[in-house]
Design a protein around this ligand. Sequence first.
Ligand code: NAD
Length: 482
Amino acid sequence: MKKILNYIDGNYCEPISETWIDNYNPSNGEVYSQIANANEQDVEKAYEAAKKAFPSWSNTTIEERSRIMLRIATLIEENLEELAYAESLDNGKPLSLAKAVDIPRASSNFRFFGNAITQFASEAHESVGLNTMNFTLRQPIGVVGCISPWNLPLYLFTWKIAPAIAAGNTVVAKPSEITPMTAFMLGEICTKAGLPNGVLNIVHGTGPSAGQAIVAHKNIKAISFTGGTITGEHIARTAAPMFKKLSLELGGKNPNLIFADCNYEKMLAVTLKSSFANQGQICLCGSRIFVERSIFEKFKKDFVTKVAQLKVGNPFDENTNIGALVSKPHMEKVQSYIEIAKEEGGIVLTGGNPVVVKGSENGYYLEPTVIEVFDDQCRVNQEEIFGPVVTLMPFDTEEEVINMANGVEYGLSATLWTQNLDRTMRISKKIESGIVWVNTWLNRDLRTPFGGVKNSGVGREGGFEALKFFTEPKNICITYSE
Ligand code: NAD
């Protein structure tokens, strides 16, 4: 059986414990590979490699760093088919999605930050009349930790690693143990691209073991984490006494606000995606849909008709819209929320049941599900489900829908559908979230700040924000004589 090895100091290696974790193929429920079960000792080995590589990498010219990163980007593109296949097999997402979004975006992450670093500059402040010049020196932090989730595996893994190494840091990284395959493949690509040994070290294994060892390592000075809010809280608690720099990208429960004056057809098509893309397993999915009452019944009918037409199937079938959920426990969690919704008085308008896919009978398939709810404080409207389940509710006034949109612990993104510019500005300012998409969804320019407020996280990724996170600003103050 295929073994997913750690990648340390430019070499693939077995875990020190010699123990392994089963890796499941969600499309058929079978174990198809084994993951290194890294522990504190493997993390220490990875840290030592990263520490050794740091002096040279941090002094490598920007041009050379950039050149290597662009080579990584190109190699990812050249291996698109193989990587997309691996991502789809590991995660259950439709192959078409992995090909169109996940892998191209992983390449873009390296290309973007490989270019961005050549434009990264810092400020100078002349204290006029005092013969004093200040400038800000932005130095890499040293060895940093990057930990990522399973929903967009290579996409989010590289979103952290790329700015970290562009800025001159060396990295100990851990992908999710549920979807480690493409991160494993990235090691070889980095070696081929000429990334010096030890600049990127990848350990595999569980959160409580390998992940915790990275966060608790006293000399890993910054942690960039994407994952669940509860894990983020735990990481913050571990890291705070060591005063580590932390970037936390956490859960969401994003509102989709639909006004009667929107471009209806466009809204309907995009809302289908924002609800169910990647089986609804995107932190940015709009899982709470609020519709202005005058078009509520029409929307309900049209949306439910379209959702019922989505094809749930094997990820490798090119007609599949909805693939498999990532794991059995996750599927059970999502199903339990459908039961909670019913107990709370919600009405399942479509979906709600597991799907048996011919030839893949043991895969984790679930119908896309739309639930009408009658109280925005109900659990299905408050808690992150992270699956193909959305709720619908009507609203009458702007004030009411803003209150409902903001009435959750989360604040990652929001989507607003209206043609009214005044309303767009009024609402965008009042929404408590890190991103507001107006008449669009998941429209990403990598220069923009990305992140959430409230329980959706701390800090921002993207563009120069990420390069700022991965550097330590130092004020150099020089006085001189005339
Ligand atoms: P998770 O928190 O269970 O795991 C994320 C990563 O953290 C994994 O690599 C895991 O092994 C590791 N981990 C777990 N416990 C740890 C610990 N104690 N110390 C260190 N590392 C630990 O999340 P998940 O189930 O993989 O991902 C789904 C969650 O991620 C959802 O809540 C989703 O909203 C969120 N997410 C957020 C964003 C964003 O940008 N805000 C993007 C994608 C996913």
